[in-house]
Design a protein around this ligand. Structure first.
Ligand SMILES: [Zn+2]
Length: 412
């Protein structure tokens, strides 16, 4: 039976979100956490965007060092042959790409102003796919933007054409969150059956159905005989009303009535990383986690009413579908309530040594301590807030990589 894979797009769709952003160090930590969780692939950024270049190269180095392994790092670009060339010029080691092109009637008429016809769309995508392959791409995903408003016959024709020219997957983008679980199931099943290519589900929450649509779409793809790749973001951040929430998607597939035990992930997912990764993303994006967010919200395991409290004390399964320990919750958290020494952009060596010492980090000599301090200062300049422990540990451990991540070169 075909399987489900997760492609997290926090570092692409998430950071594209209006009013939100991440530092390159935060993006890197997210890749590390996704890898620890068992997420198959991270759409880790934009290979044609110059301020991403050093970050992307540094993360590919981490992959070569075995730090970001086995996760796949994939870049997102427009399906234009010259953009493919730019991507490989700026990030020569990139191995995985997703190429994007609008396919819907709306976009053809109102975005391309009818200058681009359906045949041009197919031809341009094929050119981009062939260029990517020629320049060394190992896997190529083809994104049909606004697929849910695309003529279904054209979408099949588009999918067959790109498959014939070497694409590995087709991304069905419900760009506007227009689908419902019933329509997306039918649409993706038909694509899987007619094109016979693995299908990605990229769903948005404009009608509050991003997670439901993702799993219904995945079911459609698998019932159609192909592997399904679900696009997620941590805490559901993403354009407008957001994308499918990573943890909620995992819970839906592993705990829901009709999916649990029947539809499975291709590789092991470590749900116990959920607490850590969602807290970090919340801190990094500076967006609080709603108290009722599935799995990780403050109220998800809270009971007050008499009947529920009594019931859950007798047996948690009376009123809880899953256990908090499965999500990595339940450990007490230490919060400093007295004196605090933080590392910041103007930190000095004594305070810094104290902060690092609390994490049991020692330095070989004074010059090493000063080097790490300098990097931590730069990281603070970019983050505008105190770094978390894992960020400090990362900088101390991978100084060369950190130096690259923290270097933003002006336009050339
Ligand atoms: Zn999107």
């Amino acid at each position: 039976m075909p399987k489900i894979y997760l492609i997290d797009v926090t570092n692409r769709d998430g950071v594209q979100t209006a009013k939100l952003g991440l530092s390159k160090l935060e993006k890197t930590l997210i890749n590390i956490y996704l890898n620890e969780m068992g997420v198959f692939q991270s759409e880790f950024g934009f290979p044609t965007t110059k301020h991403e270049t050093l970050y992307l190269q540094a993360n590919l180095e981490l992959a070569e060092m075995g730090v970001l392994k086995p996760i796949r790092l994939e870049g997102w670009i427009r399906a234009i042959a010259s953009d493919v060339e730019t991507a490989f010029r700026l990030v020569p080691n990139i191995k995985h790409l997703n190429l994007t092109m609008s396919t819907s009637r709306q976009m053809i008429k109102k975005k391309f102003n009818s200058k681009k016809k359906k045949e041009n769309i197919i031809a341009e995508m094929i050119k981009a796919v062939e260029k990517a392959r020629a320049l060394g791409a190992e896997t190529i995903g083809v994104n049909a933007e606004d697929a849910s408003r695309t003529d279904p016959d054209f979408l099949i024709r588009f999918g067959l054409a790109v498959k014939e020219h070497g694409a590995d997957r087709l991304r069905y983008c419900d760009t506007l969150g227009y689908d419902d679980p019933f329509t997306i199931y039918e649409a993706t099943k038909a694509l899987a059956e007619n094109i016979a290519i693995p299908i990605e589900l990229h769903c948005h929450g404009d009608l509050a159905m991003a997670v439901a649509n993702s799993v219904a779409g995945a079911k459609g793809v698998i019932d159609g005989g192909q592997d399904a790749y679900i696009n997620t973001t941590i805490n559901g951040v993403g354009e407008r009303a957001g994308n499918a929430d990573l943890v909620a998607v995992i819970l839906a597939i592993t705990k829901s009535k009709g999916l649990a035990g029947k539809y499975q992930f291709a590789n092991a997912i470590d749900l116990s990383q959920a607490w850590k990764i969602t807290k970090f993303a919340s801190y990094a994006f500076d967006v609080p986690i709603p108290i009722n967010q599935p799995g990780v919200g403050a109220n998800v395991f809270a009971h007050a009413s008499g009947i529920h409290a009594d019931g859950v004390l007798k047996d948690p399964q009376n009123y809880e579908l899953y256990n908090f320990t499965e999500l990595g919750r339940g450990e007490p958290e230490l919060v400093e309530t007295g004196r605090e020494i933080c590392a910041g952009q103007y930190s000095g060596i004594s305070g810094f040594r104290h902060v690092m010492g609390q994490m049991a980090i020692t330095f070989a000599d004074a010059s090493e301590a000063r080097e790490v301090l300098e990097l931590v200062r730069y990281a603070n300049v970019e983050a505008h807030k105190p770094l978390v422990e894992d960020e400090l540990l990362f900088i101390a451990k991978y100084r060369k990589i950190a130096r690259k991540l923290l270097t933003l070169k002006p336009l050339e």
